[in-house]
Design a binder for this molecule. Structure first.
Ligand code: SAM
Length: 261
């Protein structure tokens, strides 16, 4: 008995220090299912080439192209107070926010209705490009510029694809009742975009054309309405900025855009 008592502590100690049952090893994580390889995107079907923009029919400019055109009758027509554009001329010109020393291009300058307010706004240090395709209007513009002594006005003979303006030369461009005369609007707009300084302003005035509302003459003469004009100009890379509502304009809208910076 005495011998048993002597070994008992040792037995208890030995039991207490039994190695614990080994913890079942965590089974190795099942290998992650292979991530399904992302199939390379099927090559996009080549975009159908955009339909070339249909411009105005050449007949619309036939009279303007005649070298012996009666300019005086057009001066009456374009500059008489009965034309809402002429009556609102100064308010329209102010939309360009011209500053002294800037350059502005009047695309389709016609008889030169806007040259005076533009020349005044940019001052002697600025430049007004009076751009047109009509030989008779160009000659008239040269005469008018000389007689008025506007040293800042430069008359530019363009063609129906190209404004012929120097690259990055204008802070602002103006297209008044002329957009619907463009026979190749995409080309003309591309050349205008090249001529714009970064962020330059573009103001377009043209006839509202609403089937069922507009006069028959407008429906026949003007090829498309405001939404289409805006879409074409945006397509050419200009950003639409706003439509201005000017007092006195009931038949014409005013859309404003910015060239990319
Ligand atoms: C209806 S008149 C407007 C004239 C002037 N902007 C005004 O409002 O009094 C249209 C003018 O655009 C000109 N024009 C036609 N196609 C043009 C083009 N692709 N580039 C520049 N001028 C053009 C015509 O010769 C004409 O002088």
């Amino acid at each position: 008995m005495r011998a048993l008592l002597r070994v008992l502590p040792w037995l208890l100690f030995a039991c207490a220090s039994e190695p614990k049952a080994p913890v079942a090893p965590t089974p190795p994580a099942a290998p992650a299912a292979p991530v399904a390889a992302v199939a390379p995107a099927a090559p996009a079907a080549p975009a159908a080439p955009a339909a070339p923009l249909e411009g105005a029919k050449p007949e619309i400019n036939a009279d303007f192209r005649k070298p012996d055109m009666d300019v005086a009758s057009w001066v009456q027509r374009f500059e008489g107070e009965s034309r809402e554009i002429a009556a609102a001329r100064d308010a329209i010109a102010a939309e360009l926010e011209l500053k002294p020393g800037e350059s502005v291009a009047d695309i389709g300058a016609g008889t030169g209705l806007f040259e005076e307010p533009f020349a005044r706004a940019v001052g002697a240090q600025g430049t007004v490009y009076a751009v047109d395709i009509s030989p008779a209007f160009l000659e008239h513009l040269r005469q008018r510029t000389k007689e008025a002594g506007w040293s800042q006005v430069k008359v530019v003979a363009c063609d129906d694809h190209d404004t012929k303006l120097p690259p990055a030369s204008v802070n602002a461009a103006f297209i008044c009742d002329t957009y619907h005369h463009f026979e190749h609007p995409a080309d003309t707009l591309a050349s205008l975009r090249r001529a714009m300084k970064p962020g330059g302003r573009l103001v377009v005035v043209d006839f509202e054309r609403e089937p069922g509302q507009s006069r028959d003459w407008v429906l026949e003469h003007v090829r498309c309405g405001k939404q289409q004009v805006r879409a074409e100009i945006e397509q050419a890379g200009f950003r639409f900025t706003r439509e201005a509502a000017l007092p006195g304009l009931t038949e014409n809208y005013v859309l404003e855009f910015a060239a990319p910076r």
